[in-house]
Write a protein of this length. Sequence first.
Length: 235
Amino acid sequence: MNHWWRTTVNKVAYAASMSRNYHTIQAIPRELSGPRISARDRAQGRIPAVVFTPPSSAVGSSEVSRKVMLTTESKQIQSLLKNVRPEFFCSTTFKLHVRAGSGSSVILNSGNVLPIKLHRDPETGKVLNLVFAWVDEGSHLEVDVPVVFKGEDSCPGLQKGGQLKSIRTSLKYLCPAESIPQKIEVDVSNLDIGDKILLKDIQVDSTLKLLSRNDTKPICKIVALEAEISKPLQT
C-alpha cells in the first residue's frame, strides 16, 4: 500500500533553517545483496540503498517496521548533492518513490525519507551506498544538524585581529518529522575577543530537543592570535 506524507513547513525562530523537499528520489527494489551484487549495480550506474523505520518513530506504535532494499540512480544522487550541498544532505528530507522497475509508472511505496548515512569511496569520492529513514508524520528522529556561522564581517573580535574557533560543527536534536532543520545558523556578529556562544544560547523552535547533557558547553569562541616573535638569524 502506498504511503503518502505531506510536509508541513514550520518556521524555526532565529537560528534554524528548515529542511525542505528538493526533489523526489526515484528508486527500484533489489532482492539480493552482497559485494558482487552491489558492484554490478554500481557498474550499471545505480547506488545500493536501504530505507527503514527508525526505532525512535516506532516507540509506542504497533506499526510493523518497514525495511526496504533498493537502488537509486547515481546521476540523480550526484545532482542532489550539488543542489543541496553535501554537508546538508543528511539533514534534508526528500520524497521517495519506490517504483516496480526502471522506467515503470507503478509506484510500490512512497513517503518522505531522511538520509542517515552516505558512504563514499575515499579515493574517487563516488557514493557507494546510502541509508535512509522513513519520516512519518508524528514521528521524531535524532538528527545531527550542521552548524553554520554568520556575521563574521561585522564581528568586533575578528576586526581586532582575533580568530573564530569552531568547537562544534553540528548539534544533535530530537526533531519532529515536520520540523527538521537543515542547518543551525549561529550569529557571531556581536562577539568580541574572549566571547563565546554556548549550546543554551541557540534559539530554535520549541519542538526541537537538544540531545546534550550539558548545555553550557561552547559552540564557538573568539580567540586572540598569539603574536609571532621572529628571532634574528644566527650567523
